[in-house]
Ligand binder design. Structure first.
Ligand code: GTP
Ligand code: NA
Ligand code: MG
Length: 280
């Protein structure tokens, strides 16, 4: 890359864990910590991904589309957009079958795990049992001499959410996540659908470069020109930076989750690449 320097980019986080251990509750609680959330009383999320801005100004991107199935499906298609897996384990329930599945997915993908020991507000919470049980799956927490970080928290009572965010940023720092905003954008489609009145709409995670209104692109075997970009609140924006999830309007057809999106120099090049990809 000769067009500019690599700058730190926000980490992309997927929350996984056993049914009812609190994944959705945690996502909702984390979303509510955003310091630029605007009016009180509710943030409406428009897409299956959102970015939280912390008081320090640091940002974290959370994907809430990839459950286990989507995570493996995207990975099977060569799309590994997740930098960090937050593994939610209910402290009253400890390790359950889908916890083990999530551990195996994260390990196979080579993605570091942060353990969120949830529901510590419950009287029968036993975080130490969680720590012990994790050992059987070769997850050794830092406090036990290993290298996996863990945070005890309550999504419901909003305890230690800041600690989890700090831990995510610490892990991100160790991963040295960088991108160059000063180049043509590329990214991955995390979901796509045909919507009445809006045409084909894709949620895209920008991985490198800056995506702008007017850009000509190829998404999978579909080409297009960015007609509009909407952020995770549904606000129209002019551009999206690395690590940012954004809704893209202006696609000719519908790409699939996991498809790569690349901005190109002109229509001819877009059609050429789209045709090549369509043959494969
Ligand atoms: P699935 O999407 O169905 O797999 O569940 P989930 O992992 O998203 O769990 P969800 O957030 O729906 O929470 C399941 C139940 O646990 C709900 O009744 C929540 O209110 C409750 N819950 C979540 N977090 C906490 C917590 O920190 N403390 C307590 N006491 N309950 C919690
Ligand atoms: Na549930
Ligand atoms: Mg849920």
């Amino acid at each position: 890359d000769t067009e500019g320097d690599l700058l730190p980019r926000p980490p992309v986080v997927t929350i996984m864990g056993h049914v009812d251990h609190g994944k959705t509750s945690l996502l909702d609680a984390l979303r509510a910590t955003d310091v630029v959330a605007g009016e009180a009383g509710g943030i409406t999320q428009h897409i299956g991904a959102y970015q939280v801005t912390m008081p320090s100004g640091h940002k974290i991107t959370f994907l809430d589309t990839p459950g286990h199935a989507a995570f493996t499906e995207m990975r099977a298609r060569g799309a590994n957009v997740t930098d960090i897996v937050v593994l939610v384990v209910a402290a009253n329930d400890s390790i359950m079958p889908q916890t083990i599945e999530a551990i195996n997915h994260a390990k196979a993908a080579g993605v570091p795990i942060i353990v969120a020991i949830n529901k510590i507000d419950l009287p029968d919470a036993n975080p130490n049992k969680v720590r012990q049980d994790l050992l059987q799956h070769e997850i050794v927490l830092e406090e036990m001499g290993g290298d996996t970080m863990a945070v005890e928290l309550s999504a419901k009572k909003k305890i230690n959410l800041d600690k989890l965010e700090e831990t995510i940023l610490l892990q991100a720092e160790m991963l040295n996540l960088r991108a160059n905003p000063n180049r043509r954008a590329n990214g991955t489609v995390v979901e796509a659908k045909l919507e009445q009145g809006r045409g084909n709409v894709a949620t895209v995670l920008v991985e490198n470069g800056t995506l702008r209104v007017g850009d000509i692109f190829v998404a999978g075997a579909e080409s297009g020109r960015v007609r509009a970009l909407l952020d995770d609140r549904g606000n129209s924006v002019k551009q999206a930076l690395p690590g940012q999830p954004v809704e893209v309007l202006g696609l000719q057809g519908a790409p699939e989750a996991g498809d790569k999106i690349n901005v190109v120099e002109d229509d001819a090049r877009a059609r050429e690449i789209a045709a090549y990809r369509a043959r494969k």
